[in-house]
Design a protein around this ligand. Sequence first.
Ligand SMILES: C[S@@+](CC[C@H](N)C(=O)[O-])C[C@H]1O[C@@H](n2cnc3c(N)ncnc32)[C@H](O)[C@@H]1O
Length: 198
Amino acid sequence: MTKPFSQACENNKAPILAVLDEAFAKASKVLEIGSGTGQHAVHFAANLPHINWQTSDVPEHHEGIKQWLKEAALPNLLPPFALKIGEQSIPQAGYDAIYSANTAHIMFADEVALMMAQISTALPPGGVFCQYGPFIQDGRFSSASNEAFHYNLLSRGLGGFKPIEQLIEWAGNELLLTKILPMPANNLCLLWQKQPIN
Ligand SMILES: C[S@@+](CC[C@H](N)C(=O)[O-])C[C@H]1O[C@@H](n2cnc3c(N)ncnc32)[C@H](O)[C@@H]1O
């Protein structure tokens, strides 16, 4: 199998790292949901050495992720385990931060609802969830191309963009949205924090 490659990951990894640098400054054990190719994991683990970065995804992606991990040979980067929201639950394994990029618009609404609720349960008070991707904000798409992408996803039988208000409802009373950061290419970083903050 040739090593998978995502140009989008190459483009967005630096701006996302700038967010994580601050948001995950106090984190030590991070779970990534939907690692995809593994490129984000390699870049973030290399640049945030205080963090043990745990990859995860559906099994079809594991071989590709492992290729990136093997090449990077980083001591703080852990091989993927199978995590498909809706089939497996997010483990209660002492993660103090969770990261997920470009997953909510692929997943179905019931899966994202589960993901938000399980993240709230899995994080300790003060724990942070960084969620990157395209979303519907104040009832609007951020660009015509994003709107077209949403309908393209639906036509392919995928979940489509989720409204931020809906995510807030699914996250419940303890996982609060603390920041909405604009990112390049009409994406957003949503920063969530589990309450109460100690
Ligand atoms: C568009 S890719 C994004 C991959 C990577 N995070 C990135 O930003 O390039 C969506 C990822 O979500 C994963 N995914 C889809 N449904 C999922 C689910 N129910 N639970 C966990 N991951 C899921 C896919 O396997 C895929 O790796």
